[in-house]
Design a protein around this ligand. Structure first.
Ligand code: NAD
Ligand code: DAU
Length: 332
């Protein structure tokens, strides 16, 4: 199969491309990525010389870039490309509406024209927050941040293209991913690298918010399975069942890294901060998927990766990200 992967230079996309090239020797991958601040070509250094891999720098919102990618005649498209950080969507939502909604629309148009399957990568955040129980795939969408609302907008467009034009599209909605190559604006790599730099970790509010932590490779295996075996028009939640409050998560990181609670700096809460995400993953599990990484093992592996790959994150943290960090967190 020849796959067109968008956003493949980001965190999950790069892990997905490595997995596909490793596990499907007959597959080829074309990676269309705009290389925003979050896109890092070194994430794919391991595969860049593989003749089955090719890279196109381009924007999913630009019809000519999407046209060029589809002219390479992919058999399917997997859309990871998005603006992804909730805090940035609160500061500056426009790019989120553009890429996450308009970009998905451009891909849907080409998927409709070419008749190829499109797997759209969504998020558990489209459902909003839930105090008890778990969302199922047919639960109402109640997004609470501009990021989540943009992703929900894209999901509704996908649904409408399935219903109206009968295109072959599937949606995956996963919980919080963690693991190697995650940009250090997200909580786990931010906290781990801050401790490695001798800084404190900025915990929002009282640290009571709950997230379900899914190791990135486990998510990529689920996405790969849904791509090949998912029912046309189907939606699949993907969660690990590893729910932790942010305080529990922070304490686990501190324990692994051998530092104490004095490293926590409680900071003002995120506006509109969703208390808890939880999805029911029985549908993807019925396809034969289950997560392989236990939470503490995955977290230890992740801490080790950031400790061993300072050359990957130090340039990021000392570059443009530094200004973003100082404006947001001050001198923590
Ligand atoms: P990321 O921010 O690490 O990477 C995003 C990638 O998309 C980057 O390589 C960037 O250059 C590229 N990109 C952005 N705008 C583009 C555009 N207009 N055209 C082409 N490329 C563009 O993101 P991630 O964390 O790997 O998330 C990937 C997908 O998974 C997103 O759709 C996100 O909503 C979804 N998701 C992420 C998580 C998570 O925990 N990280 C969980 C659930 C769902
Ligand atoms: O649930 C899936 C979503 O998970 C994805 O769709 C998003 O793309 C991804 O960014 C992630 O969103 P979150 O907002 O849950 O992730 P983040 O790492 O930003 O924050 C995780 C939790 O940690 C959240 O409750 C806020 C808190 N937090 C975050 C940061 C950056 C802090 O306490 N301090 C921080 O500095």
């Amino acid at each position: 199969m020849r796959l067109l992967v968008t956003g493949g230079c980001g965190f999950i996309g790069s892990n997905f491309i490595r997995l596909v090239l490793r596990e499907h020797p007959e597959d080829e991958v074309i990676n269309l990525d705009k290389l925003t601040y979050a896109g890092n070509p070194t994430n794919l250094r391991e595969v860049e010389k593989d003749p089955r891999y090719s890279f196109l720098k381009g924007d999913i919102c630009e019809p000519s870039d999407v046209e060029e990618a589809f002219s390479l005649r992919p058999d399917a498209v997997v859309n990871f490309a998005a603006e992804t950080h909730v805090d940035r969507s609160i500061i500056s939502p426009e790019d989120f509406v553009r890429t996450d909604v308009l970009g998905t629309f451009r891909l849907l148009e080409k998927a409709r024209e070419s008749g190829v399957r499109m797997l759209h990568v969504s998020t558990d955040e489209v459902y909003g927050s839930i105090e008890e129980g778990s969302f199922k795939e047919d639960s109402a969408l109640r997004p609470n941040s501009p990021y989540a609302a943009s992703k929900a907008g894209a999901d509704l467009l996908v649904r409408s293209y399935v219903r109206t034009y009968g295109i072959d599209a599937v949606i995956v909605r996963s919980s919080n991913n963690y693991g190697p190559f995650q940009y250090p604006e997200k909580v786990i790599p931010l906290f781990v690298t801050n401790i490695l730099e001798g800084r404190k970790v900025p915990l929002y509010g009282e640290g009571r918010n709950v997230r379900d932590w899914l190791f990135v490779e486990d998510n990529c295996r689920a996405i790969d399975l849904v791509l090949r075996r998912g029912e046309a028009g189907g939606i699949y939640n993907i969660g690990a069942g590893e729910e932790k409050t942010n305080l529990e998560l922070t304490r686990a990181i501190l324990e692994i890294m051998g530092v104490g609670e004095e490293c926590i700096e409680y900071v003002p809460d995120r506006p509109g901060h969703d208390l808890r995400y939880s999805v029911d993953s029985s549908r993807v599990r019925s396809l034969g998927w289950s997560p392989r990484r236990d939470f503490m093992a995955g977290l230890r592996e992740t801490v080790r990766w950031y400790s061993d790959h300072r050359e990957w994150w130090e340039p990021i943290k000392s570059g443009d990200f530094r200004r973003y960090y100082l404006e947001k967190y001050g001198d923590i």
